[in-house]
Each structure stands twice: as C-alpha cells, then as structure tokens.
Design a protein around this ligand. Structure first.
Ligand SMILES: CC(C)(COP(=O)(O)OP(=O)(O)OC[C@H]1O[C@@H](n2cnc3c(N)ncnc32)[C@H](O)[C@@H]1OP(=O)(O)O)[C@@H](O)C(=O)NCCC(=O)NCCS
Length: 235
C-alpha cells in the first residue's frame, strides 16, 4: 500500500539539456557508470569529472531528472573536425530502468547531434544489447571500425577500457564493441530515425525550440512512375 502511495507521489521525470547548474550531478553520474560496468563485467571508456562537467557547460549533455533525483545521463561529442558525432555514456540508475528513459534520453542526444551538426555522421561503439537496439531504431547500421573516425582523441578514450589490449592487438580494426553508424546521406537511416522520433516528438521539440528545425526529414523522393518520367521529358 505504502509502495503504491510512493509511486503515485513520484514527480514526473524530465529529460533536460544539461548546463552549468547541473555540474553537481557529475560525481553521481560517474559512480553510477562505474558501478554498472562492474556489474556487467564489461569494459568502459573512462571519463574524468572535468570532462563531463565540460560537456554540460558546452550544452552537449542530457540528464533525466525525477524532481532533483538523478535518473539518467548521456552526452555527445564531435570528432574529426565535426565530421563525426558520438552519443556516449548512456546510463540509467537501476531504480529507474525499464520505463523507457534510455529511449527518451537517446531521442534527445540524437536530436541534439542532428540539430547542431546536420552534416555529421553519428556513431556509437557499444557492447550493450539495449544500446544496439536503440541505435538500430534510430537508423544506425553496424559497420567495421574502418568506417568510424580516425580522430586519435576519440580512440584515446578507449585506453581506460579493460579490453583495450584487444583493440591494440588488432591495429584498431576489431574489438569487443560493435561499431554502429548513422549516415545522414543514407535515406534508409533518415527514414528509420524519422519514424522513431515521430513516436514521441517531445525531446525533438525541446531541441528544436533551442536550435531551430532539425533536418531529419527525408529529402523529396524522386518520382519513380514511368508516366511521371515521360511527363518530365515534355516539360
Ligand atoms: C542500458 C540502459 C541505459 C537501459 O536503460 P532503460 O531506461 O532501462 O532502457 P529503456 O527502458 O529505455 O529501454 C530501451 C530499449 O532497450 C531494451 N532494453 C533495455 N534493457 C535491455 C537489456 N539489458 N538487454 C536488452 N535490451 C534491453 C528495452 O526493451 C527497450 O526496447 P523496446 O522499447 O523496443 O522494448 C540501462 O540498463 C543502463 O544504464 N545499463 C548500464 C549501463 C549501460 O549498459 N550503458 C550502455 C553502455 S554502451
């Protein structure tokens, strides 16, 4: 009974674009990421507190907040002179899992990346089934590491991972993680992302309110009917 009452009183969980006022969440975020990696027994790129604070200050981080309680996090970063963007560090604390928060956070980071760097390819390196699923639903496709960025500073981030030796042994061609890429020039990717974001436009709208309309819509499709082609010859 008490439990039912508690659930009723829980504030609505909001997905927000982080800024300077949220830097006090950084330690909790990093502790939660480290604890989750330990439980999964997987490698994880290590981030230091200053780096994560910087992402918040630069408007590149997203938080889920239940009142003031930390309920989730992720951030984006550009590489190779803004030719690539990554969405990284996705974490939802145990008590908030299974309610679609990771999906909402991904909607926000993905929309943010598309709005700020519309020409950039978006990629993700992950060993997590949930993240692979979310990436696929946002139009990412599995790729070899050769199709990802060559930016040394990105790969430098893998050095803290327990599997780094695998990456080194294979000359950075293979590792435990799967590389997944969203290519803004691939109509399949755009169509899939559009369908996913249309399921719940709330996060996309938050980003558009700040950065203007997001170029996620499909380019006009070329007419394929024979009649149309003949008509165009006589125009
Ligand atoms: C992965 C994680 C972020 C998911 O958060 P969540 O809020 O519970 O996820 P959601 O409820 O939004 O679920 C998103 C999708 O992933 C699926 N999913 C969630 N957890 C999953 C799991 N452990 N395995 C497979 N799929 C999973 C859900 O079924 C859902 O898909 P659907 O809507 O098509 O059914 C959370 O479990 C977590 O923080 N884990 C530890 C950190 C981690 O693994 N981060 C990713 C590092 S690459």
């Amino acid at each position: 009974m008490d439990q039912i009452q508690d659930q009723k009183q829980e504030p609505e969980i909001k997905i927000v674009l982080a800024d300077e006022s949220h830097v006090h969440y950084v330690d909790e975020i990093l502790e939660t990421i480290a604890a989750a990696a330990k439980v999964r027994g997987t490698g994880i790129a290590k981030r230091n507190p200053e780096y994560v604070k910087q992402k918040m200050i630069e408007g590149k981080a997203v938080l889920a907040l239940c009142g003031d309680d930390f309920a989730g996090f992720s951030y984006i970063e550009t590489w190779d002179n803004k030719q690539y963007v990554t969405t990284s560090g996705l974490i939802v604390p145990d008590r908030y899992r299974g309610r679609g928060l990771a999906r909402r956070i991904k909607h926000m980071t993905f929309s943010l990346a598309r709005a700020r760097w519309p020409e950039a390819k978006i990629f993700s390196l992950t060993s997590g089934a949930a993240v692979m699923k979310l990436n696929t639903q946002h139009g990412y496709k599995p790729v070899t590491f050769a199709q990802l960025t060559n930016d040394e500073s990105f790969w430098h981030g893998c050095e803290g991972c327990v599997n780094f030796d695998v990456l080194q042994r294979t000359d950075r061609r293979y590792c435990i993680c799967t590389g997944m890429l969203f290519d803004p020039n691939d109509p399949d990717c755009l169509e899939t992302a559009q369908k996913e974001l249309d399921l719940d436009p709330t996060c996309r709208e938050t980003i558009e309110a700040k950065y203007g309309p997001m170029p996620y819509k499909l380019p006009e499709k070329e007419s394929k009917t024979l009649l149309d082609k003949i008509k165009s010859l006589f125009k």
